[in-house]
Design a protein around this ligand. Structure first.
Ligand code: GDP
Ligand code: MG
Length: 177
């Protein structure tokens, strides 16, 4: 965490991790710009986006990092994780395999970040109820086991996207303030 200005301004680095195509980039664009992209193209260029959130009258800059598709090659670098104080660990509720990868992502997070990082397990694409492969209870159960917050989101219809980020930001803020 970096603190700037007269102690009234905060910058929180938050990383978004999870298997390829679970919707990480779209969660970020929904949060930062209220946009959704139907074409799944690999993320290019942008490393992070910053969104300003107000909490208790204080300005918080959430600097949310997106992988540039390196997760395909299991090659997310330590620079990506460096300095992170929050993490969204994302799976796709319509693809069980992405849920089964969560433990591996948590291991990777634990290697690079200390245990104080605020962690949110995110089951994305909850609009795809008709082809759901991971139940809400399975998501909740894993989150309880691993000590994570849990939420289901849809970057497509906006369900809970802001809430997911806001809960993480609130948790980080409560730790540092
Ligand atoms: P990333 O590889 O994890 O960054 O995933 P993307 O954000 O590129 O999304 C992968 C694909 O899933 C794209 O075709 C998106 O349009 C689609 N997608 C992302 N979020 C959602 C969602 O909440 N609901 C649905 N139905 N599709 C989504
Ligand atoms: Mg992406």
């Amino acid at each position: 965490m970096a603190e700037a200005g007269g102690g009234e301004e905060y910058l929180f680095k938050i990383v978004v991790i999870g298997d390829s195509a679970v919707g990480k980039s779209n969660l970020l664009s929904r949060f930062a710009r209220d946009e959704f992209d139907h074409n799944s193209k690999a993320t290019i260029g942008v490393e992070f986006q910053t969104q300003v959130v107000e909490l208790d009258g204080k300005e918080i800059k959430a600097q949310v990092w997106d992988t540039a598709g390196q997760e395909r090659f299991r090659a997310v670098t330590s620079a990506y994780y460096r300095g992170a104080v929050g993490a969204l660990i994302v799976y796709d509720i319509s693809r069980k395999s992405t849920f089964e990868s969560i433990k591996r992502w948590l291991d990777e997070l634990n290697i690079h970040c200390d245990t104080t990082v605020a962690r949110m397990l995110v089951g994305n694409k909850c609009d795809l109820e008709n082809i759901r492969e991971v139940s809400v209870d399975e998501g909740k159960g894993l989150a309880e086991e691993e000590g994570l917050f849990f939420i289901e989101t849809s970057a497509l219809d906006s369900t809970n996207v802001n809430k997911a980020f806001e809960i993480v930001i609130r948790e980080i803020y409560d730790k540092v303030s």
